[in-house]
Design a protein around this ligand. Structure first.
Ligand SMILES: Cc1cc2nc3c(=O)[nH]c(=O)nc-3n(C[C@H](O)[C@H](O)[C@H](O)COP(=O)(O)O)c2cc1C
Length: 226
């Protein structure tokens, strides 16, 4: 195995969703480095169909102030359908991930009030100093959304390599309208998800969460013969 392969595996294994951050902002040169890495992602016909807005400082403080209240008031506005319903093995994995998160917080499954409190932390960005809002411009669809996913994962791996943490959040896409309104973003940009990021808080229970993965045979089939 090459040193590069070893380093890559270490970064891929190290990345996980972190849900508690220290307030310290990420230095500008690191911000530039990680977004430059992300933009190396491949895309259909090199269209690079990602539009990213990074909110920090006062812009993020304003969102942190308004989003929880607007969500609680039922002001959802989603650009892409979402029902959160999974079946079979996908449902089992969804339950497994939820259990890992609630176990980390020491919350019993039936304690709906505390589970809701944990969920609401999505809208205060887990106290992160930065959020990347990741948009797909009209008229793009599924194929270009896959490109944007590649951008996002490259970004999160680069953040990990720089000692930073991140959490991708579909929950933020439930507030597409308010986010666009507050950041002055054109309606033609559709919000796929947000990524909260910064220096992880090593002492917060949320960051004890560890998820598992299906064994390789369950997800990859190697066709060697004819
Ligand atoms: C597109 C996307 C959206 C997600 N949305 C949320 C979210 O809204 N809130 C949250 O806490 N975690 C969210 N997650 C994190 C997943 O729960 C997490 O990636 C999964 O459980 C695997 O755990 P890991 O990232 O720690 O490896 C999201 C992940 C992805 C890729």
């Amino acid at each position: 195995m090459t040193d590069l392969a070893r380093a890559f595996s270490a970064v891929a294994a190290e990345r996980r969703s972190l849900r508690a951050f220290l307030p310290d902002p990420v230095p500008r040169e690191i911000l530039h480095a990680v977004f430059t890495d992300a933009a190396r992602a491949p895309s259909n016909c090199n269209t690079q169909p990602w539009v990213v807005h990074v909110a920090s400082g006062a812009a993020l403080a304003a969102l942190r102030e308004t989003l929880p209240a607007r969500f609680a008031a039922g002001e959802f506005s989603m650009d892409f359908p979402y029902d959160g319903q999974y079946d079979g093995i996908y449902k089992e994995r969804q339950y497994g991930a939820a259990k890992a998160l609630y176990d980390a917080h020491d919350i019993a499954r039936e304690d709906k009030a505390r589970r809701q409190q944990v969920f609401m932390r999505n809208f205060t960005f887990f106290d992160a100093p930065h959020v990347a809002f990741v948009f797909l411009p009209e008229p793009f669809g599924l194929r270009e959304a896959a490109d944007v996913g590649m951008f996002a994962q490259t970004l999160m791996l680069s953040l990990t390599a720089h000692g930073l943490g991140s959490c991708p959040q579909t929950a933020l896409s439930f507030m597409a309208g308010p986010v666009r309104e507050q950041l002055g973003i054109d309606d033609a940009n559709k919000l796929l998800f947000g990524i909260s990021f910064g220096y992880p808080d090593p002492d917060d229970a949320a960051n004890r969460c560890r998820t598992t993965r299906a064994v390789l045979d369950e997800v990859v089939t190697f066709h060697d013969g004819i």
